[in-house]
Design a protein around this ligand. Structure first.
Ligand SMILES: *Cc1c(COP(=O)(O)O)cnc(C)c1O
Length: 357
């Protein structure tokens, strides 16, 4: 790819933050962004790195009405040797393409996605925080831009990548969260778009999340849309349970987002000494298991928090506290191991680390 560059002069670049560990999630952006356009005549074209700023799109653009949109979420880390590292970015590029194809949008060669990310990260190298816990969040996004109100796939698209320096998800160490189980709302149904990382899935989840926070919980634990009986996932994370000493997570089946953190946990856990199982998990099994002590840990897994311990679950008006609301040993061990690999401190035995060159 021949990436054009229109760079902000050194003296006009934004100042860096004093304490990256205090940065909020996704509020600050770097000096530049990557953009590439798709037109029916040229396919993906005009790749360029240019100053971060507002996009010009028509008010009639497809994405603003019918939500043809997909995104990814990944992070760049600084290793102790000063390299910029990414964690399994090939998996993100592959998933971006699966989401694109589900949303009837043109795919982007995986190599081009990686090349664009690397080129932008090299330009913005000084924004990758060196402190462990902080990182540079990478948000690739594709939107339908054709100016037309007919309901059909857009003929034109924009692919952009923006970068946001972020602090750790939990500022003062782990803080186990409370989840509210919704048995009326659902996130994704059979045959729907649950497996695609597309904005509409989130728009549809906001009301339930608002109700959860009004009740004092931090996220919704989603059940299946058909029977409201089986656990699926949490907000923007996949969910894990330690049941009878085994690590159990809901089996994928089209409605659950295929998390890369989820996949990594499943690959790592047996090596750390815990057996894994992917299967259907009824919410009744979970709440009874918490009450009887068979469920000893619950945690979410996703790029933003990596591992997010769950302290309590609210279901049908009753609260179930897991092991006194403490962070369990497996959540801690998996968090330490995954972040150790991501920051280049632990040996990368799986070949998960990608050095940005
Ligand atoms: C992104 C996302 C996840 C987590 O995926 P990771 O690849 O681990 O970051 C889980 N659930 C939903 C709904 C998501 O959008």
């Amino acid at each position: 790819m021949d990436i054009a560059r229109e760079l902000v002069p050194q003296e006009r670049r934004k100042p860096l933050f004093d304490d990256p560990l205090k940065l909020p999630f996704g509020r600050n952006f770097t000096d530049h962004m990557f953009t590439m356009e798709f037109t029916p005549g040229s396919g993906w074209c005009r790749p360029r790195i240019r100053p971060y700023g507002p996009l010009q799109i028509e008010p009639s653009a497809n994405v603003l009405h019918y939500s043809q949109e997909v995104f990814e979420g990944q992070k760049a880390y600084k290793s102790p040797r000063g390299e910029i590292l990414m964690f399994r970015p090939q998996e993100n590029a592959r998933r971006l393409n699966r989401s694109l194809s589900r949303m009837c949008m043109p795919e982007i060669p995986e190599d081009s996605v990686l090349e664009a990310e690397c080129a932008l990260l090299k330009v913005e190298e000084r924004w990758v925080p060196a402190q462990k816990g902080a990182s540079l969040y990478v948000r690739p996004t594709v939107i339908g831009t054709e100016a037309a109100l007919g309901i059909k796939p857009s003929s034109e698209y924009l692919f952009f990548i923006i970068l946001s320096p972020v602090g750790p998800y939990f500022k003062e160490g782990f803080n186990p969260v409370g989840l509210w189980v919704s048995d009326t709302y659902s996130r994704a149904g059979s045959g729907g778009t649950g497996e695609a990382k597309t904005g509409g899935n989130y728009a549809g989840s906001l009301l339930a999340t608002l109700e959860a926070t009004q009740k004092g919980y931090s996220q919704v634990l989603w059940l299946d849309a058909g029977e409201h009986r089986y656990v699926e996932e949490v907000g923007a994370m996949n969910i894990f349970f330690v049941i009878d000493g085994k690590l159990v997570t809901p089996a994928l089946g089209g409605t659950i987002l295929k998390g890369i953190t989820r996949k990594s946990v499943l690959e790592l856990a047996p090596e750390l000494g815990i057996q894994c199982e992917e299967r259907r998990i009824a919410i009744d099994e979970v709440v009874e298991g918490i009450a009887s002590g068979r469920v000893s840990e619950i945690f979410g897994a996703g790029t933003a928090a990596v591992i997010s311990p769950v302290g309590k679950i609210g279901y049908r008006g009753k609260d179930y506290t897991i092991d006194g609301g403490r962070t369990g040993p497996w959540a801690r061990k998996l968090f330490d191991t995954l972040t150790g690999i991501q920051y280049g401190e632990l040996e990368d035995r799986h070949g998960w680390i990608y050095v940005v060159k």
